[in-house]
Design a protein around this ligand. Structure first.
Ligand code: ASN
Length: 483
């Protein structure tokens, strides 16, 4: 009975994942290949969202043009640069375009297109800073972005100049750390810094005429794979350079005096203004958070119940299995688990896992382990005499469990369940790291565009609090019913 239940539950989960995967497949013409292309979610002028939450930038326009000329479609996966690059290295995505510099190290892992833009690493300080040379950074903190060429360059100077390093996942947060005075300097690619400064970021470039590791940006695919895609990129790019399309794209983003794309000064940056001009983005982010939470809660609770029941089983093997699973998944940080499933696993099993599915599995395994632990504890807390009494009345073990122990145990567990539901909701925010566009990631993207960190994060926090309040009310209502 127990086994049958587990099997049908697993079948239901598998079916749901299948459906989800099917539903999220973009419809492509039968003969046009569809590629998954990852990118840096916030990297203006290469990749960023405009006021209408559309992805724009030099990379995005080039990619769109290449796809048009070479007759393919693509699904864009914007996320932190490091995760985006890992996705290609592990075969989760077919290619990456993210203002990514061509370096010898990267050529070991990827095949690279012709360079499409010249770049180099600059180091910057806050406008008006007392730091005048790299020597002045001794003992101070330098902000770097994980996995980038600029970070590698900055790190190579650490011993010589004796600064401390702090890592960030996105460029905008890194800049703000310098502007707020927490870090004394940062290293980033020159085109990205110039663009930010032009758009009002209070930073100053210290080595404009002497950039580090100067080189080109390229389009990358995993080594030995997607040769056709790479050839298409190179060919279409050569055509675009010839016929002037490329120059137009560059001029569109770099020649405008004040960017009309990001952080337009005329934007209404009051809380109400931010809320109304981004309402569809907030709504979509909230929806994704809610869907993840609901499915997460349902399946983690079911999985936790199974683990808890196994944990008090008479069978030693099941008890040991439950303990091991709970120990393992409770011990792993949620983000590590998410990266493992989303970025690590596909490279080994050779199957792409959509971000939503990976996120959901992460939630089920992690929250399910916590649930399993308190479910087991709840059953164990039922007075031993209850089981003895039931058995002495002639009830077999299974019926005694179902009719006597489980109902009493569940009542004990209700507050723990409510607590776990709220934790699940909050934990969905960690899944922004694998590029799921839930509420937190939505906030990150909006801040990258309008630099209104305080207001945007206050709005996001308020939305979470409202949802958590509703969830608590609902849970308390259910609690009253079952008690
Ligand atoms: N410019 C970075 C690099 O080449 C990539 C990025 O931050 N999007 O590593």
């Amino acid at each position: 009975m127990q086994k049958k239940g587990i099997i049908s539950l697993l079948a239901a989960v598998a079916m749901m994942f299948g459906l989800w995967q099917f539903a999220s497949q973009p419809t492509a013409a039968a003969d046009e290949p569809n590629y998954i292309i990852s990118t840096d979610a916030t990297y203006a002028p290469f990749d960023f969202q405009d006021k209408n939450n559309q992805y724009v930038g030099i990379d995005m326009d080039i990619l769109k043009e290449v796809a048009k000329r070479k007759h393919f479609t693509y699904t864009l996966k914007p996320m932190s640069f490091n995760a985006a690059a890992q996705m290609v290295a592990n075969g989760q995505a077919d290619g990456i375009i993210a203002g990514m510099m061509i370096t010898d190290e990267r050529k070991q892992v990827y095949d690279v297109s012709v360079p499409y833009y010249q770049s180099g690493v600059a180091w910057v300080v806050k406008d008006g800073s007392k730091v005048k040379s790299l020597e002045d950074l001794k003992g101070k903190t330098v902000a770097l972005k994980t996995g980038t060429a600029a970070a590698t360059y900055g790190k190579s100077l650490q011993d010589k100049y004796g600064f401390k390093i702090k890592y960030f996942n996105d460029t905008d947060t890194m800049y703000n750390d310098v502007v707020n005075g927490n870090s004394a300097a940062t290293f980033e690619d020159m085109p990205v810094i110039s663009y930010a400064i032009k758009n009002g970021m209070k930073l100053k470039v210290m080595n404009a005429n002497d950039l580090g590791n100067a080189g080109g940006c390229g389009f990358f695919v995993k080594k030995g794979e997607n040769a056709q895609l790479l050839a298409d990129f190179n060919q279409a790019f050569a055509e675009m350079k010839q016929d002037g399309t490329y120059d137009k794209i560059i001029a569109k983003y770099l020649n405008a005096k004040q960017s009309t794309f990001a952080g337009d000064k005329k934007d209404n940056n009051s809380v109400w203004g931010i809320l109304t001009s981004n309402k569809s983005a907030f709504a979509k982010g909230l929806w994704e958070t809610v869907v993840l939470t609901v499915f997460g809660i349902i399946f983690a609770s079911l999985w936790g119940l199974i683990l808890g029941i196994m944990g008090i089983s008479q069978n030693k093997f099941f008890r040991g299995l439950a303990t091991t699973i709970i120990y393992t998944f409770r011990g792993l940080p949620l983000m590590v688990l998410a990266f493992f499933i989303y970025i690590g696993l596909p490279g080994v099993i050779g199957v792409k896992i959509p971000a939503f599915t990976a996120g959901l599995i992460t939630l089920i395994l992690n929250e399910g382990a916590y649930t399993g632990a308190f479910v087991r504890g709840g059953f164990e807390a039922v007075d031993k005499g209850q089981m003895e009494a039931a058995r002495s009345l002639g009830l077999p073990y299974g019926s005694a469990m179902r009719k006597v122990i489980v109902p009493q145990g569940l009542k004990i567990m209700v507050p723990s369940f409510i607590n776990q539901f709220i934790i699940t909701l909050k934990d969905t925010s960690i899944l922004s790291a694998i590029g799921i566009l839930e509420l937190t990631q939505t906030g990150t993207l909006i801040v990258a565009r309008n630099s209104q960190g305080f207001r945007v994060w206050a709005i996001v926090a308020a939305i979470y609090l409202i949802v958590i309040t509703l969830l608590t009310w609902l849970s308390n209502w259910v609690e009253k019913k079952v008690r």
